[in-house]
Design a binder for this molecule. Structure first.
Ligand SMILES: [Fe+2]
Ligand SMILES: [Fe+2]
Length: 232
């Protein structure tokens, strides 16, 4: 694969991040970009990744005259762990949802319909993987008051599936109204954003810690099962 090489070694320190962002922001799956930097590039790469909603995967190697950072789209690189796999699926679902909402807001309800169907089946598979596979395979302690991360996840899934069914019900009689669909989508959008944030920060690290205690083979097998379930 051909790589575009951008030499930032003579760029003043204060400008390196901005210059790198300009080069990397349009990176698409299948593309590869090499940045040459004078300083150790970890902070720059992390910062770029954060600004681009975690779309990047990179490796950095020391060279005689500085550092060589090879950047690829995250979609081109196998997920590195369970958190990465689930977080990527959140992002994929969020992307589908955002595109569907854009069409609904533009009153293109027929155009939004296949995206909503794809989103709905992806979301149901995601919930199934979390509820029926991971919650059982990586059991976490439950609190009687239901305030532990697992209980919160299970409760929010019920809520999310209920809100999803409301969106789908708008399409059932064949004449959806964009205002109504958009209103239900706005509700789900808020619920989902909070839910994903809580999972990624409170629950997934606990699952990852449990998984880290297992043998490599068992870990890989579980990751493969989750990946298969998410893909459907
Ligand atoms: Fe979830
Ligand atoms: Fe999730």
């Amino acid at each position: 694969m051909e790589s575009r090489v951008v030499d930032l070694r003579r760029e003043p320190g204060s400008r390196v991040l901005t210059a790198a962002f300009y080069e990397v922001k349009g990176l698409q799956p299948g593309e590869r970009l090499v940045l040459l930097t004078a300083e150790e590039p970890s902070l720059i790469a992390q910062s770029l990744d954060l600004q681009l909603q975690h779309r990047l995967a990179w490796t950095a190697v020391r060279e005689e005259s500085g550092w060589r950072v090879e950047i690829r789209h995250r979609a081109d690189v196998a997920p590195k762990d369970l958190v990465d796999l689930l977080t990527r699926d959140h992002q994929r679902l969020d992307g589908l949802f955002a595109r569907a909402l854009q069409l609904v807001n533009g009153n293109e309800l027929a155009g939004a319909s296949p995206l909503i169907r794809e989103f709905a089946s992806g979301l149901r598979r995601h919930v199934e993987a979390e509820n029926d596979l991971l919650a059982i395979r990586l059991p976490l302690p439950r609190d009687p008051a239901g305030v532990d991360p697992l209980s919160i996840m299970l409760r929010e899934h019920e809520e999310i599936l209920g809100q999803l069914a409301l969106i789908e019900s708008c399409y059932e009689d064949g004449a959806p109204e964009s205002g109504e669909v958009a209103a239900f989508m706005a509700i789900l959008s808020g619920t989902l954003a909070k839910h994903e944030y809580r999972e990624e920060n409170n629950l997934f690290p606990l699952w990852e810690a449990l998984l880290a205690r297992e043998a490599g083979e068992a870990r890989d097998e579980l990751l493969a099962r989750v990946e298969k379930m998410l893909k459907g």
